[in-house]
Every structure is written in structure tokens, then in C-alpha cells.
Design a protein around this ligand. Sequence first.
Ligand SMILES: CC(C)(COP(=O)(O)OP(=O)(O)OC[C@H]1O[C@@H](n2cnc3c(N)ncnc32)[C@H](O)[C@@H]1OP(=O)(O)O)[C@@H](O)C(=O)NCCC(=O)NCCS
Length: 189
Amino acid sequence: MATPADAAQILDIYAPFIKNTATSFEMEVPTVAQFAQRMAHYLAEAPWLICEEDQVIIGYAYASPHRGRAAYQWNREVSVYVHNHHYRKGIARLLYETLFELLSLQGYTNALAGIVQPNEASVRFHESLGFEKVGTYRNIGYKLGAWRDVAWYEKFLGEESAAIPTIQSMEQLMSSEAYAKIILSANVS
Ligand SMILES: CC(C)(COP(=O)(O)OP(=O)(O)OC[C@H]1O[C@@H](n2cnc3c(N)ncnc32)[C@H](O)[C@@H]1OP(=O)(O)O)[C@@H](O)C(=O)NCCC(=O)NCCS
């Protein structure tokens, strides 16, 4: 589990995507303090996971709120970034699978991902994790000299059931035995 103290290292991975690509619709790189604040905000409700090699962060995945109205509360938007020296080692898969297990334990039922087009790696990656395409917003953003489409993907995290889960807090999640077990077994060989 990340903490806001990891902001600088995470920003090292993320900032090039803000500056040089349309993968993120953010236009200006936030300061480390601003980014730490964002992390604390998201971490108050859901996991923000990091993958480390020799204590250096090489990838991360997090879950942010989808929309504010109460009936949307069981959804999270998810996102994953891996350092480009470490692609195709299964790191993003491990981060997402772990994130989904934890979100599901908390009672979240849907993961949603918006992918700025084109991004073949991300589309293939999300499809390989069982995401299904919902649709595409056309020309929904303008960055780096062009209008951009965003394709949305969804994944159901659990069985559909009549029982409506109460979302567990991060304190409840992190004090559970299941949490410790999931985190301890999350390794890339
Ligand atoms: C998309 C991204 C997160 C994938 O990370 P990764 O750690 O390389 O992915 P994994 O190794 O876990 O790949 C799992 C599966 O996803 C698919 N996949 C991943 N990258 C792919 C690529 N470039 N082309 C085709 N399929 C790909 C494959 O099915 C892969 O399984 P395989 O390697 O056994 O064939 C990574 O490319 C990245 O960080 N990109 C930049 C940031 C970004 O676009 N994030 C998503 C924002 S929506």
C-alpha cells in the first residue's frame, strides 16, 4: 500500500505522461505536495498500490471515485502506470489483480477505466484482464494539438447479488486477515 510519502517517486513515473503524451488529460505536472494531497484523498477510501523492486517504485495502481451521487458509490475508476523499463513483466497485471481483490473485499462492485485513444498497450492490457468496452467519447479532450477520444471499459468485480454491500473503510480493510494475505502473496517472480 502506498502512502503520500511515495508521491515524489510516483510522480517520476507519471510526469512524462503529462508532459509528453495525451495518456493523461492532466496538462501541468502537479507539485509533489499537491500529488501527495491527491494520494491522501484517494487513499481515504480505496487502495493505492505500489510495486517495488529493491525499494524503488516501478509501478502503481489506484482507484478513484467515479461520480459523486450516492447511487454510484460502488464504482471506482482505476488506473495503472508502470515504469517503461519494466513493461511486459506482469507488473500491471499483478497490481490490478491485487487492487481488484481488495476493492471487492471492501464491497466495490465495478471497476471502470477511461483510455485516451490511441493506446494499444492499455486497450490490450485491459481486455486481457477481462474488461469490456462500454463505448467511446469522441473529441472529449484537447491535448498536444489534437482532439482526443476516450474509450471506456468496465469490469464487474464480483457476483451480481441482491445483497447490497456496505463499503468497508480502509481501516477495516487493512486490519483484516484477508488483506494481509493478499498483500503478502502479491509478488512477481
Ligand atoms: C498499459 C501498461 C500499464 C501495461 O503494463 P505492463 O506491466 O507492461 O503489463 P503486463 O506485463 O502486466 O501485461 C499483461 C498483459 O496485458 C497485455 N499487454 C500489455 N502490454 C501490451 C502491449 N504493449 N501490447 C499488447 N498487449 C499488451 C498482454 O496480454 C499482457 O500479457 P502477456 O505479456 O503475457 O502477453 C503499461 O504499458 C504502461 O504503463 N503504459 C503507460 C501508461 C498507461 O497507458 N497506463 C494506462 C492508462 S489508461
